[in-house]
Design a protein around this ligand. Structure first.
Ligand code: ZN
Ligand code: ZN
Ligand code: ZN
Length: 365
């Protein structure tokens, strides 16, 4: 599905005008992909989409990158302006933005370029463009939701395949390699991460798969994802190698209930922190409050982690079109961990999961 880049550039220009910004400098990275469909490498040579309300949109590119920008279709939404080695690209930005007073730059613009711009445009104040562009990117359109749903379905299929394999006696890294292969076999163009944390390693939420050999009785946390159509998947399931003890099953069911409670709390108009609280209350009531050591979720899209965050302190209400993870966990030092994570799309009618891999306690061999 083709994305409406022209519409997005128009909305960014309107928001910039409303915020009293006279110039927006968008750097390579997710902001530029979102606005212009151009996945440019961040380089020491400046590439920047310069936006000036009401309607100026110029993509400044190093001359040698011009063919690539053309091929990516960036010329459809912006006038392409190439600068040659030996030119001062910051002066080119200044010339595009005469009299600039309030400039906002992408959060991902390299410091070397920000400092170059500050020297070239000394009277201007510089702010982050994140607060302006993030809310735009956080409301997914149909094409984006479609990509996220395909990514979610691919991750579900990768999980369905892994639980048919034997776990006992294999190193975590071996299971992680299988997960990566399964993602690619199920429509992923790239693999972003494959966390496999067995037994006591499960107590570290971001454990890197290592050479620990998985044993009977282990809980195994698998958190994995990659990209489909440029958009991310991110799923976590925790499986047990053989029947779990009553204690471990109780930990699992607590996390499952917390994940469900947060899912049901996720509605338009509800603050991100209140969805976090819904999960946290369930875990606290079961006596594991201090063992839930991270926020409940993060937005997802062109980036693995982006707005909105389901975290204490985020009073911003969720809005239809938001897509985010719900991933509570319990981490018992030296013993085990459990996390269950789905990506959720918030619609006018309420939350809809983009992952449907079973959440029931799963026993593997
Ligand atoms: Zn994470
Ligand atoms: Zn994850
Ligand atoms: Zn996540």
């Amino acid at each position: 599905m083709a994305h409406d880049h022209a519409g997005r550039v128009g909305r960014a220009l309107a928001l910039a005008a409303a915020a009293g910004l006279d110039t927006l400098v968008v750097a390579p990275g997710p902001d530029l992909v979102y606005l212009a469909g151009y996945d440019a490498p961040p380089l020491e040579r400046l590439t920047a989409l310069v936006l000036r309300p009401p309607d100026l949109a110029v993509l400044l590119v190093p001359a040698l990158e011009r063919p690539r920008a053309m091929t990516a279709g960036a010329g459809d939404v912006a006038e392409l302006a190439a600068w040659d080695d030996g030119d001062d690209p910051y002066e080119r930005v200044r010339a595009l933005a005469p009299g600039a007073r309030r400039v906002a730059v992408s959060d991902r613009l390299w410091a070397t370029h920000v400092l170059g711009l500050q020297v070239a445009i000394p009277p201007a104040t510089f702010d982050r463009a994140g607060p302006l562009l993030s809310p735009l990117r956080a409301v997914k359109d149909d094409g984006e939701v479609d990509a996220l749903a395909r990514a979610g379905a691919g991750a579900d299929a990768a999980f369905a395949a892994i639980v048919t394999e034997r776990f006992e006696g294999r190193a975590e890294t071996d299971v992680a390699r299988s997960l990566g292969r399964n993602l690619v076999a199920n429509g992923h163009e790239s693999v972003g991460f494959t966390i496999v944390a067995s037994g006591p390693n499960g107590a570290s939420p971001h454990h890197e798969a290592g050479d620990r050999v998985i044993r009977a009785g282990d809980a195994v946390v698998m958190d994995f994802g990659g990209k489909v159509g440029g958009y991310g998947s991110d799923i976590t399931r925790t499986v047990f190698v053989g029947e779990p003890s009553d204690h471990d099953a109780r930990v699992y069911e607590t996390v499952r209930a917390a994940q469900q409670a947060a899912f049901e709390a996720a509605r338009a108009g509800v603050a991100g922190q209140d969805v976090d609280l819904a999960a946290r209350r369930v875990i606290e009531r079961a006596g594991f409050g201090p063992e839930f050591v991270h926020r409940t979720g993060h937005g997802i899209g062109l980036e693995e982690h982006e707005d909105p965050y389901l975290v204490s302190g985020n009073a911003e209400p969720l809005v239809p079109g938001n897509c985010f993870s719900i991933e509570p966990g319990i981490y018992l030092e030296g013993r085990m961990g459990v996390r269950i994570e789905d990506i959720v799309h918030l619609t006018d009618q309420g939350p809809r999961r983009l992952n449907e891999a079973p959440r029931e306690l799963t026993v593997v061999a």
